[in-house]
Design a protein around this ligand. Sequence first.
Ligand SMILES: C[S@@+](CC[C@H](N)C(=O)[O-])C[C@H]1O[C@@H](n2cnc3c(N)ncnc32)[C@H](O)[C@@H]1O
Length: 201
Amino acid sequence: MSEPGVQEHFTRAADRYVARAGRGLLGWLRRRERAVLAGLLAPGPEDSVLDAGCGAGYDAGWLLPRAREVIGVDVSAAMLAEAERRGESVTLMDLAELDLGRRFDKVLCAGALEFCESPARVIGRLAAHLEPHGRLLLLVPSRTLGGRVYRAYHRSHGVPVRLFDSDQLDAWLRQAGLEVRVVVDVTPISFVVCAEPRARV
Ligand SMILES: C[S@@+](CC[C@H](N)C(=O)[O-])C[C@H]1O[C@@H](n2cnc3c(N)ncnc32)[C@H](O)[C@@H]1O
């Protein structure tokens, strides 16, 4: 489940979410994050991609031209409507209960894990949707000053946010049968973890 207030917050923000994400300092931060995500996820023309916590489809812009298929999942119907407008195929589902009955070549979870009540459970569900040759990317806020400012901003809107460190994520990813390949500090607020199924080691 997402934390109380999360669904309402993103539902209110849905129609202006992508436009806001492109402007000013936020726009700069997000472009930087996307450059790293695109390089590490490296979706190819044969790849199926799960955009977990897809929101309003901000990532559709770079995923859709590269991948064979992009499926977005989110808990907010209003956000999904925006993602669908941007070309994603969408499914309304809580990531903690994710069960699409299939696997993906690439799984992206960008800026959603911090709103989930049980990140370990969500990571387990994401791992269960990954092909044995697949790759999972998590973009999360860090336990830095920047991360704390990000958390304070959301708290001021009644939305609880978790901050992460790479050791904690490493432990949860291992429990889910994945191995961390790369950790990249992307912005003063966020870092990316790239993980793959352990059987490939
Ligand atoms: C900050 S937005 C990020 C959206 C998109 N990934 C992006 O980068 O623009 C977080 C999204 O996660 C979704 N979310 C939060 N908790 C969720 C959960 N438990 N299951 C599914 N989606 C969730 C919210 O509804 C929201 O659309």
